[in-house]
Ligand binder design. Structure first.
Ligand SMILES: Cc1cc2nc3c(=O)[nH]c(=O)nc-3n(C[C@H](O)[C@H](O)[C@H](O)COP(=O)(O)OP(=O)(O)OC[C@H]3O[C@@H](n4cnc5c(N)ncnc54)[C@H](O)[C@@H]3O)c2cc1C
Length: 412
């Protein structure tokens, strides 16, 4: 499409996928682009850590979606620890160390930099929840309603509105997120709060495994200054009677986790984690604790006439894949390529769907496989040696999709 002469577009959602999609659309030749974001203020005060595989970063940087001005902490190694009361180190027994070429970001600064890249001629409307999206009965376009007034018409509506997407509901009907059966407890706080921050090397991502789950810990930039936060996420099954409703998992924001769920975390920290990591979890205040029940799904297709889905609106894979933000950014590069390489909107949508739907399915399948082994049916960690662990991981991620599928190998 010739630059600026393509379709008029509304993007619903202004988070990672929405900002990247707005950039992609303008580069791909769209005409006027409007972003509707439900939240009223900037999003960067919320969020904790997010990791990007070095190779996926390089591809996205080459496409012009990320760059070195976004602060990160370089990780190089992943060390697997298990509690062993005979272990000499408070970190636990070192089971296995593997290369781990990932960049750790503070979600807030990643979003802020993407927001800065949204071209100035894109109209961003904050505090603008989209209530309804529907095909225009009088023509080709799509009608979008934000309030009680008349709907606006666009040639294309892009759903970047997360897992409860109104655009997905219009494009594909009812796609129900499926509850994984367990929860992520998350937190982040300044590393200086740890009694011995130096014991845990800066470039090391710790995978602390226990019966029925695991804890992942890595450092992230604290935000604007040069400090570091210890960012952690622990996956395990909540105690009986405290599972969320299966078809409507809702995260519990900081400060709202009920006592039985906090107590369960305290039990895991005291009884199942090595002392250093148990202390780290205990250092998190209730105001820093986030609970996120896990779920996944993928839309049957990424497009419908006049509509396209990106990021979590299209597919949510379990976070064990280490690729949620990568997938959203890659969707944007694919949207740009599809728009640039075709002359009609319907051809662009067909190319985009062919490119991304299979990747979404691959990541959901990988997330389920990893979740089964890392949480639902954990092996007897302490009995495994390095050779067995290598074989075990190879069986889980033989195709190497962990951290995100390469842009040069989009399916399979
Ligand atoms: C504030 C925030 C903090 C986050 N922090 C982290 C983190 O620390 N680590 C991590 O791994 N992931 C985090 N995530 C999730 C992460 O961004 C996504 O999993 C992934 O990057 C894909 O992003 P997305 O833009 O598709 O979805 P999301 O990030 O979920 O964004 C969807 C956006 O759409 C908006 N929206 C929804 N419905 C409507 C509507 N009807 N009308 C208008 N706008 C609507 C939402 O307000 C939201 O901004 C966070 C998301 C948000 C919104």
């Amino acid at each position: 499409m010739r630059r600026g002469q393509g379709p008029s577009v509304a993007v619903v959602g202004g988070s990672i996928a929405g900002c990247a999609a707005a950039l992609a659309l303008r580069r791909g030749g769209a005409g006027a682009v409007t972003v509707h974001e439900r939240a009223t203020g900037p999003l960067d005060a919320r969020g904790v850590g997010v990791a990007l595989h070095d190779d996926r970063y390089a591809e996205l940087a080459a496409s012009g979606y990320v760059d070195a001005s976004m602060p990160w902490v370089q990780m190089r190694r992943r060390r697997w620890y298990v509690r062993d009361d005979a272990a000499l180190s408070p970190l636990g027994r070192d089971l296995w160390t593997t290369p781990f070429p990932f960049r750790a970001y503070n979600w807030g600064s990643l979003w802020r930099e993407l927001r800065r890249r949204v071209p100035a001629d894109v109209e961003v409307r904050s505090g603008s929840p989209v209530r309804e999206v529907a095909a225009d009965p009088d023509g080709d376009g799509v009608l979008l309603r934000t309030g009680t007034g008349a709907p606006e018409r666009f040639d294309l509506v892009v759903g970047a509105d997360g897992y409860r997407s109104v655009v997905r509901a219009a494009a594909c009907g009812d796609v129900r997120p499926e509850y994984a059966g367990y929860t992520a407890w998350r937190g982040a706080f300044p590393v200086e709060r740890l009694a011995a921050p130096g014991l845990w090397p800066e470039d090391e991502c710790a995978y602390v495994v226990f019966p029925g789950g695991h804890l992942i810990v890595y450092r992230i930039p604290e935000g604007s200054g040069g400090g570091r936060h210890a960012n952690w996420v622990l996956y395990t099954t909540p105690p009986p009677g405290h599972a969320p409703a299966p078809d409507s998992p809702v995260s519990l924001p900081p400060g709202t986790a009920p006592a039985p769920l906090r107590d369960h975390l305290a039990y895991v920290a005291a009884e199942l984690l090595p002392p250093y990591w148990g202390d780290l979890v205990r250092q998190t205040t209730p105001e820093e604790l986030i609970l996120q029940p896990l779920y996944d799904f993928t839309a049957a297709r990424y497009t419908a006439p006049g509509m396209a889905l990106t990021g979590d609106a299209a597919t949510v894979a379990r976070p064990h894949t280490g690729a949620g933000a990568v997938k959203a950014l890659q969707d944007a590069t694919a949207l740009e390529a599809a728009m640039s390489g075709t002359s009609t909107l319907s051809a662009a949508l067909a190319a985009y769907d062919a490119d991304r739907a299979a990747v979404g399915r691959t990541m959901v399948t990988l997330g389920r496989r990893l979740g089964r082994e890392l949480v639902e049916r954990t092996p007897r960690w302490g009995d495994m040696d390095r050779t067995e662990l290598e074989k075990w991981w190879g069986g889980l991620d033989g195709s190497g999709a962990f951290g995100g599928r390469s842009l040069t190998r989009r399916t399979g």
